[in-house]
Write a protein that binds this ligand. Structure first.
Ligand code: HEC
Ligand code: HEC
Ligand code: HEC
Ligand code: HEC
Ligand code: HEC
Ligand code: HEC
Length: 503
């Protein structure tokens, strides 16, 4: 058999190294691809990064080095007067060397094109995957990723909300992504990561791809158990009928909370801050009748010029549901739920108060929090409730584990993320939320206000301690009773005025 020959200029170290790099990368891409098919989803999140982004870069690099080596060699040979037949390669397929080179080049090109089409398809998918968004920048995205996994959207890809469909938004997101990669590598990102709320794609093109406004949601019963901060962890129940939809289904979006997204209704507002918490100017337009009402905050009125210069935003899903998938819950709520679920025993005296006290501390790291939770609870109960502690070591240790677990789902000291790092606009207890507009202070010219009437959005159907539960019905709503507040002090303030620093 004749020796396999290539053009003279190929025989130089640079080109040979280039070939080796290209071949090894190619082999590894194929190898990892086969592995990922064989072992499927169980493989590491970095594998996609390596297979479809890092290795192809090396492959291309190797391929670029080969002709460079050949060029350099030709120049050098020329200086040393090594005789080449012609300056340009002659494509004469009868010549073995040329034939081999052409064949390799031809087959190589076809193969490379095939591979790069598979590769770019895979790279596209990979950069759109939840694992890429959520875990590659591990530490940075951890809070969002963990909260997301515990949310109703755990199976909706990050990009469905953050990018949406269409090449335009894909390119935009990848361009800003490049800066983000730089920010992570250079460690110049802010903590916590600011909300992208003003850059998010409109809900119409993301949320509404899955939940369209005409889709009807009926009223919903919310039944919650609260536990007060006393020795017995006194249970306090609240059941509310959320008026998401109308009284009678036939009325559709004509009334109730989702009235705001009725296609015939347009609610617009002006925000005077970037996180949209101060909304001094609100305009409602009935698109069917043409009726218009402008509500202005009496205490914070904008001037004509300010209104003319401001951006007017139309309200959409995101103005209420701004944390549909990254909801860092306040300790008051997750501890209540852990007690209700039986993960933390209600029998442990003062456990609600103690847990809230510990979770209110600003820990520097997750590890220091884990250690403190364990040490503090053991110390507190062994010295203050000695008998209980010695009789129920299992309850105390279960409480410790569960408080630690809840901490890890909701609080992320490394990224300075906890419930109050971001506003959640759905209710009105920890943040003003609905009360940004519904505060009885936004007045129209005719003197109407956007009301804070406690029965507008929900009706309370049961409340109080279980033994003496006050019960109403869906037709006959109860007046709110605040726990431990015999004089009705809560009426004098907004809920946030006390509740935003209770936790
Ligand atoms: C259901 C839609 C949805 C999904 C799915 C989703 N996000 Fe978000 N994300 C949002 C919205 C809306 C905001 C803006 C929140 C705000 O304005 O308060 C946001 C904000 C963020 C922020 C800014 C910081 C913050 O907490 O506000 C990051 C980072 C983020 N998302 C990452 C992710 C990652 C990573 C995934 C996938 C693991 C993901 N998101 C999945 C809707 C979503
Ligand atoms: C790719 C589809 C998809 C997109 C996009 C999407 N969602 Fe969802 N959403 C779902 C699914 C699936 C559920 C869970 C189904 C259920 O609970 O009935 C859900 C549930 C919800 C719920 C109910 C949560 C609960 O506690 O029951 C809300 C609220 C919600 N989504 C709001 C949003 C908002 C706001 C956006 C845009 C930022 C959005 N969704 C984008 C698919 C989507
Ligand atoms: C940007 C301002 C704004 C925000 C924020 C807002 N609303 Fe409204 N809402 C309005 C306006 C304006 C009206 C109509 C008032 C009128 O015409 O009397 C209204 C009316 C309503 C109605 C009565 C609809 C009907 O006719 O049956 C309900 C219920 C309601 N809102 C619930 C909520 C809930 C719940 C939230 C928070 C999750 C909220 N709103 C947040 C502006 C707002
Ligand atoms: C005025 C504020 C407001 C707006 C705007 C709004 N919602 Fe809601 N939505 C609510 C409230 C309040 C609830 C009751 C659930 C709760 O208590 O958390 C709710 C409930 C839901 C639910 C759960 C329903 C169920 O019965 O499980 C979904 C899904 C939902 N909304 C999707 C959307 C989508 C999609 C949009 C935009 C097209 C939207 N919402 C716009 C306030 C709003
Ligand atoms: C503009 C609509 C609106 C008005 C007005 C309103 N609420 Fe609410 N309220 C909500 C929403 C939305 C939630 C549910 C929040 C959630 O899903 O986490 C809620 C939740 C609650 C809860 C349950 C506690 C919790 O957050 O789990 C209580 C109690 C409550 N409201 C009392 C009141 C009282 C008292 C008033 C009158 C001062 C009032 N609400 C007025 C929208 C409203
Ligand atoms: C004057 C201050 C103040 C105002 C205003 C106030 N609260 Fe409270 N609230 C408290 C305090 C203090 C507690 C803790 C009581 C305890 O645990 O013994 C509490 C506890 C609660 C609880 C039980 C919490 C838990 O730990 O599970 C609910 C529910 C509640 N408040 C709802 C509301 C709502 C809704 C509003 C607004 C309509 C409101 N509060 C306004 C001071 C206030």
């Amino acid at each position: 058999m004749k020796k396999f020959k290539l053009p003279q200029s190929y025989y130089n170290w640079t080109s040979i190294i280039g070939t080796t790099i290209a071949l090894v990368s190619l082999f590894m891409i194929v190898f990892l691809f086969v592995i990922s098919i064989l072992f499927g989803a169980g493989t590491s999140s970095y594998m996609g990064l390596v297979t479809w982004i890092v290795l192809p870069v090396f492959l291309v690099l190797g391929l670029i080095i080969i002709p460079i080596g050949m060029l350099v060699k030709r120049r050098k040979d020329k200086r040393q007067h090594v005789v080449y037949e012609k300056t340009w390669p002659k494509i004469d397929l009868n010549d073995v060397r040329t034939r081999n080179a052409t064949m390799i080049f031809g087959i190589g090109t076809v193969f490379f094109l095939l591979l790069s089409s598979v590769g770019s398809y895979e790279a596209f998918h990979y950069t759109e995957s939840v694992e890429f968004c959520g875990t590659v920048c591990h530490k940075v995205m951890k809070p969002e990723y963990v909260a997301y996994q515990n949310s109703p959207h755990a199976k909706v890809a990050c990009v469905e909300c953050h990018v949406g469909s269409g090449a335009n938004w894909y390119v935009r997101s990848k361009l800003s992504g490049l800066y983000q990669v730089y920010a992570v590598l250079a460690k110049v990102y802010p903590k916590p990561i600011p909300t992208p709320v003003s850059n998010l794609r409109p809900a119409r093109e993301t949320c509404e791809e899955c939940h369209w406004p005409e889709k009807f949601y009926s009223r919903q019963l919310v039944v919650e158990k609260h536990y007060l901060a006393d020795e017995e962890n006194t249970e306090w129940d609240i059941s509310l009928q959320m008026k998401t939809g109308p009284t009678y289904s036939a009325l559709g979006l004509q009334e109730g909370i989702h009235w705001h997204i009725n296609p015939n209704v347009k609610v617009e507002y002006i925000a005077t801050d970037t996180v949209r918490q101060n909304l001094p100017w609100v305009r409602f337009t009935n698109l069917k009748t043409g009726e218009v009402k402008v509500f202005e905050d009496e205490e914070n009125k904008l001037t004509e010029e300010q209104i003319a210069a401001a951006e007017i935003r139309e309200m959409d899903c995101m103005d209420c549901h701004n944390r549909p998938s990254h909801d860092y819950r306040p300790p008051m709520r997750f501890i209540n739920d852990a007690i209700t679920a039986g993960n933390i025993s209600k029998e442990i005296p003062e456990i609600k108060m103690k847990a809230m006290e510990i979770l209110g501390i600003d820990f520097p790291t997750t590890d220091s929090a884990m250690a403190y939770i364990e040490q503090e609870l053991n110390e507190y109960y062994s010295s203050n409730y000695e008998e209980f502690y010695s009789q129920h070591p299992d309850l105390i240790s279960a409480a410790i584990t569960n408080i630690q677990n809840e901490f890890k789902k909701n609080i992320f000291p490394e990224m300075k993320v906890r419930w109050n790092a971001y506003h959640n606009n759905i209710g009105h207890m920890e943040f003003n939320g609905c009360f940004r507009c519904h505060n009885d202070k936004h007045k129209s010219e005719r003197g109407e206000v956007i009301t804070r009437n406690c029965n507008l959005c929900h009706s309370i159907v049961a409340q109080g301690v279980p033994d003496t539960l006050q019960v109403g019905s869906i037709y006959d709503e109860l007046e709110f009773v605040h726990p431990n507040d015999p004089y009705g002090d809560w009426k004098e303030y907004l809920c946030v005025e006390c509740h935003s620093d209770l936790y």
